[in-house]
Ligand binder design. Structure first.
Ligand SMILES: *[C@@H]1O[C@H](CO)[C@@H](O)[C@H](O)[C@H]1NC(C)=O
Ligand SMILES: *[C@@H]1O[C@H](CO)[C@@H](O)[C@H](O)[C@H]1NC(C)=O
Ligand SMILES: *[C@@H]1O[C@H](CO)[C@@H](O)[C@H](O)[C@H]1NC(C)=O
Ligand SMILES: *[C@@H]1O[C@H](CO)[C@@H](O)[C@H](O)[C@H]1NC(C)=O
Ligand SMILES: *[C@@H]1O[C@H](CO)[C@@H](O)[C@H](O)[C@H]1NC(C)=O
Ligand SMILES: *[C@@H]1O[C@H](CO)[C@@H](O)[C@H](O)[C@H]1NC(C)=O
Ligand SMILES: *[C@@H]1O[C@H](CO)[C@@H](O)[C@H](O)[C@H]1NC(C)=O
Ligand SMILES: *[C@@H]1O[C@H](CO)[C@@H](O)[C@H](O)[C@H]1NC(C)=O
Ligand SMILES: *[C@@H]1O[C@H](CO)[C@@H](O)[C@H](O)[C@H]1NC(C)=O
Ligand SMILES: *[C@@H]1O[C@H](CO)[C@@H](O)[C@H](O)[C@H]1NC(C)=O
Ligand SMILES: *[C@@H]1O[C@H](CO)[C@@H](O)[C@H](O)[C@H]1NC(C)=O
Ligand SMILES: *[C@@H]1O[C@H](CO)[C@@H](O)[C@H](O)[C@H]1NC(C)=O
Length: 684
């Protein structure tokens, strides 16, 4: 191949009269490229056309036609774009021979090697894009010599060591993106020379020390992203001088101190992320002067005092997150005048007073999370005025008054969580018709009246919690056939009536808690159609009749509490053979006859059977003839089976015991096996 190249060049020299020096340099370009190719692993064969022609009659510029290669008019490689080609292997030292290279883009490949220092010989380079690779070792030195270098993007690699200090000499740099590697140490002070720098991204490394005040002198800066590092200390007040700054992200660090009032001078900043640090003290009212702000996230700090009302001057604000701080006082009323506000996150503070009555009236409010505060008063009625509200979280407060009827026509709603308040009145009709509503959490309030039947017709609701309220109602007949209902909790909520025996298809339900109510009638056998039910709690009601045998066929039922009802008859034998059942409470009923001995019964505590004087066997009193008579006469009536004699009973008990032991060994082995499977899954 080399011979043919020489032949080509000879041929071209004689016909085209090119100088031999030029030919020589072109030869170098082509052979440098071929040498680079040799270092690469090109498993998808993107570079298959990187070959010299065998006959060599075409042109000395042949390499200029190769995939990813662009030449200048002299046939010298000016741009090499090998981005996104699934390349691995390494980048050869010979890259340094492409002396005219201006743009090198090898981003989005799989390089897991170091980058050669010879790149410092690429004196015409302006653009170096190596983002999304796994380059490791230290960042190549010497690039600072390249006076025209304007763009370095090394985002998402595995570099280690210190930040490249010599880049402080690359005074043309406009973009320096070294995010997402393992750089350590501090920000070099010589970076203060980078007066043209617009983008500084160092986030997601192991950088330490303080954020140097000199960054405040880099007056071209538009974007600073330094979060997810180990910086300590304060935000330099000099940052207030960055008149061109648009984006400031210092999130997730170990920064502390107060938020400097000087930031109020930043008129162009549209995004400020300071979340998850340890900033403390009051939020300076000057923040209200940052009138380009669209996203302001100060969550998860230790900010205290009142939310400055000047925040309502930020007319472009869409996101305001102050959650997990120590703010006190009222939510500024005029926050409801912000015309763009979409997400308001005030969760986990110590706010008091009521929410502004007009909240949501003037903006396309999507999320309101003011849970876990000490807010009181009524829930504002305008929250969904513009039809955008999807999350409403007001739980753990002291809200009172009714659920605004307006919410029942808010078709964008997905989650409504109002538990642990003092909300009263009736549940408005229509919530079940909201096609996106997935979660309705109203526990621990003072709701009364009926549960509207449309709730039972919802095709979207997955979680409903009505526990600890004062309804005087039955449950909607269709409630257990709801297609997406996973969890229905209504413990202690004043409910009565029967469990509807019309459960044909109960596709998703895994938790049903109707405990501590006034339900009566039979437990319908059709409950067994709830094939995903894991937990069924009917404790403290007035259910009568027998325990349906079909319960034993429920494949995932693990926790069953039927205690403190008026259930009669004997315990169906086969309940013990249910594979999933782990906890069973049958105490305080009117059950009678001998206990089954297999499955869960083998380990059941007497407490979970107490209060059933008619039960015998196991850890309870010994069974007598009359118990057997009881059971047999019962069996005759119900199943028209034959009689049972004592001998039979002992035989069956022994058999059951053996089966029980086998069952436990089997289950233990299955658990161990599935645990091993899980473990190997996590580690593979
Ligand atoms: C990328 O390369 C790997 C081998 O290094 C290969 O298994 C995979 O199929 C390639 N992906 C594409 C999209 O070519
Ligand atoms: C580059 O390829 C085009 C067609 O693909 C061809 O016309 C042209 O002659 C080639 N140039 C060189 C220098 O090989
Ligand atoms: C590098 O190539 C990718 C496409 O693969 C492109 O998105 C990116 O903008 C290029 N980088 C530069 C600096 O042009
Ligand atoms: C730069 O090029 C010169 C001349 O080819 C060479 O001697 C030197 O080793 C190169 N520098 C690096 C860092 O590779
Ligand atoms: C870079 O990664 C490769 C592949 O994982 C490894 O063989 C090599 O030792 C690493 N080099 C450094 C300097 O960490
Ligand atoms: C920056 O350039 C100056 C002058 O060329 C040189 O003395 C200095 O060592 C360079 N700084 C770094 C960190 O390479
Ligand atoms: C955070 O900074 C404090 C000193 O301000 C230091 O004691 C602590 O170790 C730092 N934590 C981390 C995770 O760097
Ligand atoms: C509430 O916020 C504080 C920080 O202000 C935090 O320590 C606490 O864990 C948060 N509570 C919850 C439930 O997340
Ligand atoms: C708010 O909802 C309206 C009506 O559904 C819609 O046209 C608009 O785009 C939404 N605005 C936002 C910011 O989501
Ligand atoms: C019920 O809600 C009130 C009001 O928020 C609260 O004080 C109480 O602790 C809650 N009870 C439970 C059990 O969560
Ligand atoms: C059984 O339920 C009744 C109310 O139905 C209640 O008064 C009683 O305390 C409960 N007994 C037990 C043991 O929980
Ligand atoms: C079983 O039910 C009784 C009566 O409802 C209750 O007092 C007891 O705590 C329950 N046992 C368990 C383990 O939950």
């Amino acid at each position: 191949m080399r011979a043919s190249l020489v032949l080509t060049l000879l041929f071209l020299c004689s016909y085209n009269g090119l100088s031999s020096i030029h030919a020589g340099s072109l030869k170098d370009e082509a052979s440098a490229l071929l040498s680079i190719k040799k270092g690469l692993i090109d498993s998808s064969n993107y570079l298959k056309d990187w070959e010299l022609p065998v006959t060599g009659l075409e042109s000395e510029f042949v390499h200029c036609n190769w995939t990813g290669v662009s030449c200048n008019s002299n046939g010298e490689v000016e741009k090499l774009d090998l981005s996104n080609m699934n390349l691995t292997g390494s980048v050869s030292d010979d890259i340094g021979k492409l002396r005219n290279l201006v743009v090198l883009n090898i981003s989005r490949n799989g390089f897991a090697s170091s980058l050669p220092n010879s790149m410092s010989n690429l004196t015409l380079l302006t653009t170096l894009d190596i983002n999304h690779n796994s380059f490791n070792g230290s960042f190549p030195t010497g690039l600072g010599r390249i006076v025209g270098l304007t763009y370095i993007n090394a985002y998402s690699n595995d570099f280690t060591g210190f930040l490249p200090e010599d880049l402080g000499n690359a005074t043309s740099l406009e973009t320096l993106d070294l995010r997402g590697s393992y750089f350590e140490g501090t920000i070099p002070s010589c970076y203060k020379n980078l007066q043209k720098l617009k983008f500084l991204g160092l986030a997601g490394n192991f950088l330490t020390g303080r954020i140097p005040a000199m960054l405040g002198q880099l007056s071209s800066l538009e974007t600073i992203i330094l979060g997810y590092n180990r910086f300590v200390g304060k935000i330099p007040r000099e940052f207030g001088n960055l008149a061109n700054l648009q984006y400031l992200d210092l999130a997730v660090g170990n920064l502390s101190g107060r938020i400097p009032a000087e930031l109020g001078k930043l008129k162009k900043v549209n995004t400020m992320f300071l979340y998850k640090n340890t900033f403390r003290g009051a939020l300076p009212p000057e923040i209200g002067n940052m009138n380009s702000l669209i996203s302001l996230d100060l969550s998860q700090n230790r900010l205290s005092g009142e939310i400055p009302s000047s925040i309502s001057k930020l007319k472009n604000l869409k996101l305001l997150s102050l959650m997990c701080n120590r703010f006190t006082g009222q939510v500024p009323v005029r926050i409801s005048e912000l015309p763009q506000l979409e997400k308001l996150q005030l969760w986990n503070n110590s706010l008091t007073g009521s929410l502004p009555m007009n909240l949501g009236k003037n903006s396309p409010l999507q999320w309101l999370d003011a849970s876990t505060n000490s807010l009181s008063g009524k829930i504002p009625t305008n929250l969904c005025s513009n039809g955008n509200l999807s999350r409403l979280n007001l739980f753990n407060n002291a809200f009172s008054g009714p659920i605004p009827i307006e919410l029942s026509t808010c078709r964008s709603l997905q989650r409504v969580r109002l538990q642990n308040n003092f909300i009263s009145g009736v549940l408005p009709h229509g919530l079940g018709k909201l096609r996106k509503l997935q979660r309705l959490d109203l526990a621990n309030n003072s709701l009364s009246g009926k549960i509207p039947h449309d709730i039972g017709l919802s095709t979207s609701l997955a979680i409903i919690d009505l526990s600890r309220n004062h309804f005087q109602s039955s449950i909607p007949l269709t409630i257990l056939s709801m297609p997406n209902l996973e969890s229905f909790m209504a413990s202690n909520s004043g409910l009565k009536g029967v469990i509807p025996d019309r459960i044909q298809d109960c596709p998703s339900l895994s938790l049903l808690d109707l405990s501590n109510n006034h339900f009566s009638g039979d437990i319908p056998g059709s409950i067994a159609s709830c094939k995903k039910l894991v937990r069924l709690n009917l404790q403290n009601n007035q259910f009568t009749g027998e325990i349906p045998k079909a319960i034993s066929t429920m494949p995932t039922l693990a926790i069953l509490d039927l205690s403190n009802n008026s259930l009669t008859g004997s315990i169906p034998d086969n309940i013990g053979s249910s594979l999933a059942l782990e906890t069973l409470n049958l105490s305080y009923n009117l059950l009678e006859g001998p206990l089954p001995t297999i499955g869960v019964f083998a380990t059941m505590k007497p407490d979970d059977l107490a209060g059933n004087p008619g039960l015998c066997g196991g850890a309870l009193r010994r069974c007598s003839n009359s118990d057997a008579d009881h059971a047999s006469s019962f069996n005759k009536i119900v199943h028209t089976k034959g009689f049972i004699v004592d001998v039979w009973l002992v035989g069956i008990s022994l058999l059951s015991l053996v089966l029980g032991i086998l069952f436990f060994i089997g289950r233990w082995m299955y658990k161990k096996w599935s645990l091993m499977r899980k473990t190997s899954y996590y580690y593979s």
